[in-house]
Design a protein. Structure first.
Length: 132
């Protein structure tokens, strides 16, 4: 039973590492991973308790806590990947809006300036001369 509990603890450790890596990738892409870190903290707490129970020879508790740690992370990597992809898409959309908005704004200012300039140029000049 103790070797089995130890392997479950090792599985949970590897799973937490993979999930932390997935959350870090999502954060690098600009996703808000605060709630994911809370889930990871909970899984890490169960894993820590499993290690302590294992060292104390309480193999049943160690096994149960390691399984709980692992179960807490079900679907975690998929959610992190989804958040990462959504953040990357949002960053692209924000960039496109900024580029298009800046370009449209620049051309609008130029066109309005040209319209005003041509309008002022076409007005008859008042020279102050008296017609003969």
């Amino acid at each position: 039973v103790d070797a089995w509990g130890g392997s479950v603890i090792e599985e949970a450790e590897q799973r937490i590492e993979a999930c932390y890596s997935a959350a870090a990738d999502a954060a690098k892409a600009g996703a808000n991973v605060t709630s994911m870190l809370t889930v990871l903290d909970g899984a890490g707490m169960n894993l820590s308790l499993a290690r302590v129970a294992f060292q104390d020879g309480n193999f049943d508790s160690a096994y149960t806590l390691a399984v709980q740690s692992n179960a807490t992370l079900n679907g975690f990597e998929g959610q992190a990947g989804s958040l990462r992809d959504t953040a990357a898409q949002q960053r692209y959309v924000d960039f496109a809006v900024n580029v298009v908005g800046s370009t449209v704004g620049t051309f609008t200012v130029i066109i309005i300036g040209l319209v005003i300039w041509f309008g002022l140029k076409r007005r008859p000049e008042k020279s102050g001369k008296v017609a003969s």
